[in-house]
Design a protein around this ligand. Structure first.
Ligand SMILES: Nc1ncnc2c1ncn2[C@@H]1O[C@H](COP(=O)(O)OP(=O)(O)O)[C@@H](O)[C@H]1O
Ligand SMILES: [Mg+2]
Length: 234
């Protein structure tokens, strides 16, 4: 739950007075054009930048001001924009890096790895392959798999469709739907692809120039004239 969050960089205030809440088990969209402040909101939730104002609660506990690794341990995983896998490490090594919080709990590590390989059988097949030689879609899956290694209760996805072919994007979204349905994982999906995102999610927020302009069920947002005009090319 974000309450009146403002955050930015230097003298630039990128987002202002952001209030949003996500319930356990929900699949929620945050849509907005390039530069609207979507990534800034995710970075603020995961502790990469500190809010200037406002509070963030997770499971009722304040997490704003906590270090990123503490927020990971609290149960939030962030898949940043642009994938950012370690190209010179193998698939398995990338996943190991993601499972760093289980250093002293090998059974938990094993459990997390089994889960990731069952969600992404392709990663299991390619466990020894260097991440840099995977296709774009496979790298995105690896980035998500790496985040899942922490066994999060909230998954933050930043524009996972970026740079992927339409067919691969569809596969990715179907995978999110499956992940949400089968594991009950809570997901906040940040996207510019508004139409598709609003088809897959339950609720959504529309961000414009650092402010939340609309918040509603995804079905209602899809038929909103403003959303249609700006984001759905109507
Ligand atoms: N590291 C940064 N330093 C300075 N300004 C930034 C930085 N990252 C983003 N911004 C600015 O903050 C605003 C919001 O950016 P961002 O959150 O990345 O938007 P989005 O993810 O919606 O495209 C933009 O005006 C952008 O130029
Ligand atoms: Mg962004």
């Amino acid at each position: 739950e974000l309450e009146m969050i403002s955050a930015g960089y230097g003298t630039v205030m990128a987002v202002r007075d952001i209030s949003l809440s996500i319930k356990k088990g929900e699949f929620v969209a945050l849509i907005g054009s390039n530069g609207a402040g979507k990534s800034t909101i995710l970075r603020t939730i995961s502790g990469l930048i500190r809010p200037r104002q406002g509070s963030i609660r997770f499971d009722g506990k304040r997490i704003d001001g906590m270090a990123p690794h503490q927020i990971v341990r609290a149960g939030i995983a962030h898949v940043p924009e642009g994938r950012q896998v370690f190209p010179d490490l193998s698939v398995a090594e990338n996943l190991e890096m993601g499972g760093f919080i289980w250093r002293r709990e090998p059974a938990k590590f094993r459990e997390a790895l089994d889960l990731v390989y069952s969600v992404f059988p392709k990663l299991a097949q390619r466990r020894t392959q260097m991440a840099g030689t995977l296709s774009g879609g496979e790298q995105q899956m690896l980035a998500i798999g790496r985040a899942l290694m922490t066994r999060p209760r909230l998954l933050l996805l930043d524009e996972p469709s970026l740079g992927l072919a339409p067919k691969v994007v569809l596969e990715m979204f179907n995978l999110f739907a499956r992940l949400h349905q089968t594991t009950g994982l809570t997901i906040l999906l940040v996207e510019q692809l508004a139409a598709l995102t609003l088809e897959y999610t339950q609720r959504g927020y529309v961000l414009e120039r650092g402010e939340i302009k609309l918040a509603d069920s995804s079905v209602v947002l899809r038929s909103n004239p403003r959303v249609q005009q700006i984001y759905l090319g109507a």
